[in-house]
Design a protein around this ligand. Structure first.
Ligand SMILES: [Zn+2]
Length: 319
C-alpha cells in the first residue's frame, strides 16, 4: 500500500471548542495525538486534510431539525451575552457545555466524517481517521449529552447510504461507554449493523440489551482484560460482521477503555487497539474494498490516548 492512502481529517476549530477549566474532554487531547504522530513519523505517512463544515441538510440525516436549531440558537445567545460581559460557557447537561466555538467545531467534526466518506468512496483514500472533537456517539437524534453534540459517525453512516447509494454499512464502537446516541439514531435501520463493546453498568447506563436486530451490544464488567475483550469480539462481532458483508465500516474510536485511563475501568492496551483495528480492517478488506472511516470519540489520559491513536492509525495506514 502506498503512502497517502490513509487520510487524516481535522480542523483548528476543533481545538477552540472547550467546556471550561479542568474538563477532561479538552483541546489538549488533540495536541497529545498530533505530537505523538509527529514524533513517531506516522504523520508523514498520512494525507492531512482540512475538514469542511457539514451542511445542515446532511446533519439532519441523523438529527431532528429542532435539535440542530436549538444548538445554533444557544450558541448565538451565548455569543451575544458574552459581548455584554456574560459567561463564556452555557450548560447543556451536567457534563456538557458550549462556548462560542462549539457550533463551528461540531460542524467541522461532522464535516470531517463526511469528507472522509467522500474521499474513501471516490477511491482517493483507502481509509481515514478523523482527529476531531467534539466527539459524537452519545448525541441522540434530538439531544446533546455526554460531551457530544452531533453524532459524527451516525451522520456519516446515513450519508454513505443516502448520498453514495450504499446498501449496507457497519458501525463499530469500542469506546468504554455505550454508544447510546448512535444506537438511538440507527436502531431498526436494517441497512446498518452496529456492534459495540463497552463497560457496563456504566454511563450512560444503557446497552444491556439489543433494542433491534441490527444492534449487537456486548456489555462487559469493569476490570475486564484485553484478552477477554478480544475473545468476545472474535466470537460475537466478527461472525456478525462477516455475515452482514458491509460495504463500508465506520468506527467510533474511543480510547477511554485503556488500562491507564481513569474515565473507565477496562484493561485495554495499545496492543489490543492494534488487534481490534486489524480485525476490523480484515473485514473491510474482504467485503468493503478496505473502506473505513474512523472518528475519535473518548480517551482522556493524554499519554495513553496518544499511544493508542498511534497504534490504531498505524494499522489503518499499514505502517
Ligand atoms: Zn467514552
Amino acid at each position: 500500500m502506498t503512502v497517502g492512502r490513509t487520510g487524516y481529517f481535522t480542523h483548528r476549530e476543533c481545538w477552540k471548542h472547550e467546556m471550561g477549566p479542568g474538563h477532561p474532554e479538552c483541546p489538549a487531547r488533540l495536541d497529545a495525538i498530533e505530537d505523538r504522530l509527529l514524533v513517531t513519523g506516522v504523520a508523514d505517512a498520512l494525507e492531512r486534510i482540512q475538514a469542511p463544515e457539514a451542511s445542515l441538510a446532511d446533519i439532519e440525516l441523523a438529527h431532528d431539525r429542532r435539535h440542530v436549531d436549538a444548538l445554533r440558537g444557544m450558541s448565538e445567545r451565548l455569543a451575544e451575552e458574552l459581548l455584554a460581559g456574560g459567561p463564556a460557557h452555557a450548560q447543556v447537561d451536567p457534563d456538557t457545555s458550549i462556548n462560542t466555538h462549539t457550533w463551528g467545531a461540531a460542524l467541522r467534526a461532522a464535516g470531517a466524517a463526511l469528507a472522509a466518506t467522500d474521499a474513501v468512496m471516490a477511491g482517493d483514500l483507502e481509509n481515514a481517521f478523523c482527529c476531531v472533537r467534539p466527539p459524537g456517539h452519545h448525541a441522540t437524534r434530538d439531544k446533546a449529552m455526554g460531551f457530544c453534540f452531533f453524532n459524527n459517525v451516525a451522520i456519516a453512516a446515513r450519508y454513505a447510504l443516502k448520498r453514495h447509494g450504499l446498501r449496507r454499512v457497519a458501525v463499530v464502537d469500542f469506546d468504554v461507554h455505550h454508544g447510546n446516541g448512535t444506537e438511538d439514531i440507527l436502531s431498526g435501520d436494517d441497512r446498518v449493523l452496529m456492534v459495540g463493546i463497552f463497560q457496563h453498568p456504566f454511563y450512560p447506563y444503557s446497552g444491556d440489551r439489543d433494542p433491534a436486530p441490527n444492534m449487537l451490544n456486548v456489555p462487559v464488567a469493569a476490570y475486564t482484560r484485553g484478552m477477554d475483550i478480544r475473545e468476545l469480539i472474535e466470537m460475537l462481532w466478527i461472525p456478525r460482521l462477516e455475515a452482514f458483508k458491509p460495504e463500508m465500516i465506520f468506527v467510533s474510536a474511543g480510547f477511554d477503555g485503556h488500562r491507564d485511563d481513569d474515565m473507565g475501568q477496562l484493561g485495554l492496551t495499545e496492543q489490543d487497539y492494534t488487534w481490534i483495528t486489524q480485525r476490523v480492517k480484515d473485514v473491510a478488506r474482504r467485503h468493503a474494498k478496505g473502506r473505513i472511516v474512523s472518528c475519535l470519540e473518548g480517551g482522556y489520559m493524554m499519554d495513553a490516548l496518544a499511544r493508542s491513536v498511534e497504534a490504531h492509525v498505524r494499522v489503518l495506514a499499514d505502517l
